[in-house]
Design a protein around this ligand. Structure first.
Ligand code: LLP
Length: 424
């Protein structure tokens, strides 16, 4: 993924220094913009999709739009036959449609869908609502009946499986806010049975994110198999699909290799063994696809000497990429041109908050002002989680196409746009 040749950073076959120079020039010329920006590689996107298509044969994928939602990238994913979109809000639904996903290839998840969101999904005839509570199921039944349509629903079940990941991103435990519990499941089946405006099309579970071990998926698949049998018997028809959610981990510390840290073969074998040809198998990967395909390009502004370390103030900040501050997440911070001297750095942003720190005491090649840095594995939960804190506008996104062309796929937000909705 990342390597150095003659001290020059190479990212998936591309020399980064000339690439960033071309991009910075384009942004300056077209938008008078200087500052940090996101870079994505189309070649990497194609590779990630292919790894899944080959790793999990016969399965379908609903890309988790929350991990990366740039229209241009979504439209490239939408062109893949086996890929749909997993959305969690009316906003993501709107994006997915704009990007070219047909309603039949969109599933709508989320614990707190509004009546307006449900109505839009029903009008469009989306593939399914992933239902997270009895109250939501009743809402869908009522709104669908009022409209005289049938609401396609799937139950998001809570298998109460323990996974080894950060406490902020586990989702499959009983105490969690997500999904239907055991007791809810029985009641939900009764409601579907009694409601002509509902059709159960799927069973789903998502146990968390950043998972490297196949075992919790296998446990979840077995749990879903039991529920599949119960639901089929109760309703006299088999659900059309079973979804095991997303969560495939990416090792942010591993710079070499192709960033595949998951035993897809074992998973494929197990799910095909369990469900054979009884139903469609779905997954909702986000990070596995989007993390490796993006970097955040940023320049060193100032250096400050402190006892035992240097503070490097860079032009990107927590409002651009919040993962290190919110989850203590590790991202590689790679000087685009490496020097032989090694020093210890705190890498911080310009936002007025002590938490605006990308790395504490990180040993890396010596830095100088204006050096370019590539913050790696930033394509997932990066730009989508940005804010305009400190009145810092949203930064641009650029795509390196397979042909080697540069495309600006999101323009820099202007200050006028930042204030456009405020009234005085
Ligand atoms: N399906 C459902 C129902 C989900 O809740 C999620 C993510 C996914 C699929 C995709 O999971 P992935 O394949 O990306 O692991 N902001 C956090 C991650 C939160 C994940 C939330 N759910 C982070 O930056 O690490």
């Amino acid at each position: 993924m990342f390597s150095y040749h003659n001290n020059q950073l190479n990212w998936h076959g591309r020399d980064v220094a000339p690439l960033l120079q071309r991009m910075a020039k384009e942004l300056a010329e077209k938008h008078h913009y200087t500052g940090p920006f996101w870079v994505y590689q189309e070649a990497l996107l194609s590779e990630r999709l292919r790894l899944l298509e080959e790793g999990l044969p016969g399965c379908k994928f609903y890309f988790s739009v929350k991990s990366q939602s740039n229209l241009s990238l979504l439209s490239l994913i939408a062109a893949h036959e086996r890929f749909g979109a997993d959305v969690v809000s009316g906003g993501e639904l709107y994006r997915a449609l704009k990007a070219g996903f047909t309603p039949q290839k969109i599933v709508f998840a989320g614990v707190g869908k509004s009546e307006a969101e449900i109505a839009v999904g029903l009008d469009l005839g989306i593939r399914s609502f992933h239902v997270e509570s009895i109250a939501e199921l009743r809402d869908i039944a009522r709104i669908a009946a009022e409209k005289g349509v049938t609401g396609a629903v799937s139950f998001r079940l809570n298998p109460d499986v323990e996974v080894d990941t950060h406490r902020h991103i586990t989702t499959g435990k009983e105490e969690n806010k997500f999904g239907l519990s055991e007791a809810d499941f029985a009641q939900a089946l009764q409601i579907v049975k009694a409601s002509p405006s509902l059709k159960l099309v799927g069973l789903q579970a998502h146990i968390g994110s950043q998972i490297f071990d196949v075992a919790p998926y296998l446990k979840t698949a077995e749990y879903l198999k039991q529920k599949f049998t119960i639901a089929s018997d109760a309703l006299g028809a088999k659900p059309e699909y079973v979804s095991l959610g997303g969560g495939f981990g990416v090792d942010y510390q591993q710079l070499e290799g192709n960033a595949v840290n998951f035993d897809f073969a074992a998973l494929a074998k197990a799910v095909h063994g369990l469900f054979a040809n009884e139903t469609e198998m779905h997954f909702e990967p986000g990070r596995f696809i989007s993390a490796p395909l993006g970097i955040l390009a940023s320049q060193v502004r100032h250096l400050k000497e402190r006892t035992g370390k240097t503070i490097a103030i860079i032009d990107a900040a927590m409002n651009d990429l919040i993962r290190p501050m919110l989850y203590e997440a590790y991202h590689p911070i790679l000087p685009v041109t490496r020097r032989s001297e090694i020093k210890k750095y705190d890498i911080v942003g310009p936002v007025c908050e002590s938490t605006d720190t990308f790395a504490h005491g990180r040993e890396m090649s010596a830095l100088a002002e204006k050096d370019w840095l590539a913050i790696g594995f930033a394509g997932a939960y990066g730009s989508v989680m940005s804010s305009t804190f400190n009145s810092r506008p949203l930064i641009p996104e650029l795509l390196l196409t397979e042909k080697g062309d540069i495309r600006i796929i999101r323009k820099p937000q202007t200050l006028e746009q930042l204030l456009a909705n405020e009234l005085m």
